[in-house]
Design a protein around this ligand. Structure first.
Ligand SMILES: [Zn+2]
Length: 140
């Protein structure tokens, strides 16, 4: 799966698919780090956790009001933390196994994974700054 993202540094549009193992997506024009947001389902979830940077998983659903507040915040974080963070969106209705494995009981739930292991969990919609404070100790 790939999608078009705009480079925060030079504005070029890039098609972001799966970067080579151990790499994060970079801009084809300027080489700058690109925001890395992907959608995962039960089939791809564990594969998406395998990344060279911490992975923030957003467990959400379309009918969940607070989830719609978290979405844009995560897009901003992915842009500001390009090259340092990967964001994975999981629709819990479509992907119940991934949510069940990590005992997600209410949404939105955000779980930060580092080297494939959960290191931080945030339940409910936090303002961007508060969320950043929870994530910062785990970001390189
Ligand atoms: Zn660029």
């Amino acid at each position: 799966m790939s999608e078009i993202v705009r480079c925060p540094a030079c504005g070029a549009k890039n098609r972001v698919g799966t970067p080579p193992a151990g790499k994060t997506p970079v801009c084809g024009r300027c080489g700058g780090a690109l925001p890395w947001i992907v959608t995962a389902d039960d089939a791809t979830f564990s594969r998406e956790l395998d990344a060279p940077v911490p992975v923030l998983v957003d467990f959400w659903a379309p009918w969940c009001g607070p989830c719609r507040m978290v979405g844009p915040v995560l897009e901003e974080l992915a842009s500001e933390l390009a090259g340092k963070l990967k964001v994975v969106k999981v629709n819990v209705d479509a992907s119940p196994m991934a949510a069940g494995t990590h005992r997600v009981q209410s949404i939105p739930t955000l779980i930060l994974f580092k080297d494939g292991r959960p290191v931080e969990q945030v339940v409910g919609a936090l303002p961007k700054q508060a969320l950043l404070e929870r994530l910062a100790p785990h970001l390189r």
